[in-house]
Design a protein around this ligand. Structure first.
Ligand SMILES: [Zn+2]
Length: 442
């Protein structure tokens, strides 16, 4: 190899000057084309016009900063099939683009927003706009929207039933505005029988889209609404705020569903979460890692990762674990397999949907052990790890999605097995006793 290089250099030096210039430029041009890996961002509807030039793996490695690390080129999920949507997703799409979060134990503004990859600079500017944002309370709801670039556009903080504060991005910071409601809260019970779909039956019973989506969220760990049958019954207690005869906002207090002769319940507690009749949490806890032991992280979650070659943003939507091929990969929570197949850049990959809020994805697998539609339990083996797809070394690429947005799997607030205790539980049970008789179905 060295000999060849030396003789090429020798021949090159012996050439007349114009030829040398010509050959030199050609070499540079050839190298440029070989090295240039076009990165094209294409939303689902647009087909890519530029095809990526495939380089030998050794060359890709030498181009990227962490050359010694197993890395994948799963730049964005444009490469990967989208999670199939269902009827409910479409019907409640009015809330698309809005991210919602209910404050729970230990949360701070920065811990909540940070897991969604929101810039720390934006978070401190928010806190500068309103110091009270440092005192979030359990059960309060915050929601936000992002710009096309993933920056924070607007944040809404529902402090209480009376007051809502909104923070809008302006030049160099955020501007706060506050709104106070003075309406009367009225309880109403709505009952119905499932005819066509739950969404249309609930609408016929008088629920709004927002209320239907609250019911679906509250019941998500017990009930797959697509599997309800004709004749199943439901009963919902809503607390609605009426202002000058108009409904301003509402809160779900309790829901009962009778499917196949069996009853399912969810009741709201003071902390804004839903529990069963005995005050036990409905969500089962998730594993933090999709493997039985913890492996080294070779590449972190980074929504702003730059492609070192093109300099463009190519988000890394998950975390990479360096692990030997054939390591069993585990489902982190109970759920349903929605994808299990071979797919381009992702290689063999599995996606699991957990309730309505969470989806997890596992890529570059060697062997799949599950099929689409299959129900899995937390800790079940779903695959063996590998090095398939666009990957330059054995590793597992693992993603966690909350409400259609990728979050940092290492810091995301994942469901924990929860329950009420002490005076919280006592208050809750007293409330259930009051609500339950109102939810009669017959
Ligand atoms: Zn990765």
């Amino acid at each position: 190899m060295q000999q060849i290089a030396r003789s090429v250099a020798l021949a090159f030096n012996n050439l007349p000057r114009p030829h040398r210039v010509m050959l030199g430029s050609l070499t540079v041009l050839t190298l440029t084309v070989a090295v240039w890996r076009p990165y094209v961002y294409h939303p689902e509807s647009v087909t890519p016009i530029v095809k990526a030039i495939e380089l030998p793996k050794s060359e890709i490695r030498s181009l990227l900063p962490e050359a010694s690390e197993p890395i994948d080129q799963t730049a964005s999920d444009d490469d990967v099939d989208a999670i199939p949507q269902d009827e409910l997703d479409e019907k409640t799409s009015s809330e698309a683009g809005v991210h919602e979060y209910v404050v729970s134990t230990g949360d701070t503004l920065s811990s909540i927003l940070n897991q969604y990859g929101i810039d720390m600079g934006d978070i401190s500017q928010l806190a500068a706009a309103d110091k009270e944002l440092r005192n979030l309370k359990i059960g309060q709801q915050i929601s936000w929207t992002l710009t096309a670039d993933g920056d924070l556009q607007r944040l809404t903080w529902e402090m209480s039933r009376r007051e809502t504060r909104t923070y809008d991005r302006i030049d160099g910071g955020f501007k706060m505005s506050s709104e106070t409601q003075q309406g009367d809260w009225v309880n109403s019970v709505m009952k119905g029988t499932v005819g066509g779909s739950f969404v249309s039956s609930a609408r016929d019973a008088g629920l709004t889209s927002g209320e239907i989506s609250a019911v679906i969220k509250a019941m998500q760990w017990q009930m797959d609404f697509r599997k309800l049958k004709k004749g199943d019954e439901f009963s919902v207690l809503m607390s609605r705020e009426m202002l000058e005869g108009k409904q301003e906002q509402s809160q779900l207090l309790g829901v009962r569903l009778r499917s196949d002769g069996k009853d399912y319940y969810a009741f709201r507690a003071e902390d804004g979460k839903f529990y069963d009749r005995n005050g036990t949490g409905l969500a089962k806890g998730f594993l933090r890692f999709p493997t039985s032991k913890q492996f080294r992280v070779s590449s972190n979650f980074d929504p702003r990762r730059l492609n070192p070659v093109t300099g463009r943003v190519a988000p890394h939507k998950g975390v990479d674990f360096a692990l030997p091929q054939g390591t069993p990969v585990l489902a982190v929570g109970d759920g349903e397999v929605v994808v299990a197949k071979r797919s381009g850049a992702a290689g063999n990959y599995v996606a699991i949907r957990h309730g309505r809020t969470y989806t997890t994805r596992y890529m570059h697998l060697r062997k799949l052990l599950v099929k689409p539609g299959q129900k899995v339990k937390r800790g079940d083996r779903i695959a063996l790890s590998g090095n398939t797809g666009r990957s330059t070394g054995p590793h597992l690429h693992y993603e966690v999605w909350i409400n259609q947005q990728a979050v940092n799997p290492l810091t995301a607030k994942l469901p924990r097995t929860e329950g009420l205790s002490g005076s919280d539980r006592k208050d809750y049970l007293a409330q259930v006793k009051e609500v339950l008789p109102q939810l009669k179905v017959d």
